[in-house]
Write a new protein. Structure first.
Length: 156
């Protein structure tokens, strides 16, 4: 399924990771046009690409500051709202958030032509990570980032 601007994802599986044994890197993604890609993280942009099904979100609230909350609500009933709190924001390179009992990090590297994005999830236990695997977090995140790549390419 990868597009020319997408790197195949690292599988979401429990096991050793440099951060700790309950961490995983998933869905590495490269996007063209770094500034344009960064703009896709606005509320309007998120509403268009966040839902893995490709359907625009029914609700999207973002308070993008440390301690600020976010909540993404799908239009269908395939998933509960994804809600959490931003822990730290280092523009334009890193976003750290807590959601579903795990700590997520979105790391962006790039120049004016290309962005490389890595998403890392750190779970408090191997059991918690196994539950994420059972819920299909890897597949959903993979599809969500495919949606982001398509969204960015359409806006070019």
């Amino acid at each position: 399924r990868p597009t020319p601007h997408r790197i195949a994802p690292t599988p979401l599986v429990p096991g050793p990771h440099p951060l700790n044994s309950n961490s995983v890197n998933l869905a590495p993604c490269s996007l063209s046009e770094f500034p344009a890609a960064a703009e896709r993280w606005s509320v309007d942009g998120l509403q268009q690409w966040w839902d893995p099904s490709g359907t625009p979100l029914a609700g999207c609230a973002v308070d993008l500051r440390p301690g600020g909350a976010f909540c993404f609500t799908t239009a269908s009933t395939h998933a509960p709202p994804f809600a959490g709190t931003y822990q730290s924001i280092e523009r334009p390179a890193e976003l750290v958030f807590e959601a579903m009992g795990a700590l997520g990090t979105v790391h962006l590297e790039g120049d004016t032509r290309t962005t490389h994005m890595t998403v890392t999830i750190r779970c408090p236990s191997a059991e918690h990570l196994a539950q994420f695997v059972k819920l299909g977090v890897d597949e959903g995140t993979d599809q969500t980032l495919d949606n982001l790549v398509i969204h960015v390419e359409r806006k070019r």
